[in-house]
Design a protein around this ligand. Structure first.
Ligand SMILES: [Zn+2]
Length: 148
């Protein structure tokens, strides 16, 4: 599929209809210029101790609230928007903080196959529940494929 296809079908991130969760769009939830300096802990912890500005720490409750606020703000300022879509980068992204590591290995009562699905979808479900309080008629869209 081409970007022209997505455009014609109203599936781009800017679309007011059904958005398509393009890779690397979790950045829409955590704008670097807004959070990077003040809250580096909102971003995924690399194995070497640095932070990854392309991915979120899925276990940080304040990061979850900040991401939720971004979605709520979109629906508030664009009441004609029906969905908010996001997807992690197309690479094996993981957060190495203790909570995400625990979740990745079954600590959140998932199967824990050493993949990011447990912390990622726990984050998505929590975000969706928070948004649904104010906007139960909107859609949160993400992708389920390699490493999430
Ligand atoms: Zn983490």
């Amino acid at each position: 599929m081409t970007s022209q296809y997505f455009y014609c079908n109203g599936m781009l991130p800017e679309s007011r209809f059904l958005q398509f969760p393009v890779d690397d769009s979790t950045k829409r939830l955590m704008h670097k210029e807004k959070y990077w300096q003040l809250h580096p802990e909102y971003y995924a912890l690399n194995a070497d101790g640095t932070r990854n500005d392309g991915f979120i720490c899925m276990s940080n409750e304040d990061a979850l609230q900040a991401a939720t606020n971004e979605v709520l703000e979109l629906f508030k300022t664009r009441p004609d928007s029906f969905s908010f879509a996001f997807s992690p980068p197309d690479e094996p992204v993981l957060c190495n903080c203790p909570q995400c590591t625990k979740a990745t290995n079954g600590g959140f009562e998932g199967e824990g196959w050493g993949q990011a699905s447990d912390p990622y979808f726990t984050f998505v479900f929590k975000l969706t529940s928070k948004v649904a309080v104010s906007y139960p008629d909107r859609w949160i869209i993400t992708l389920a494929y390699y490493n999430r």
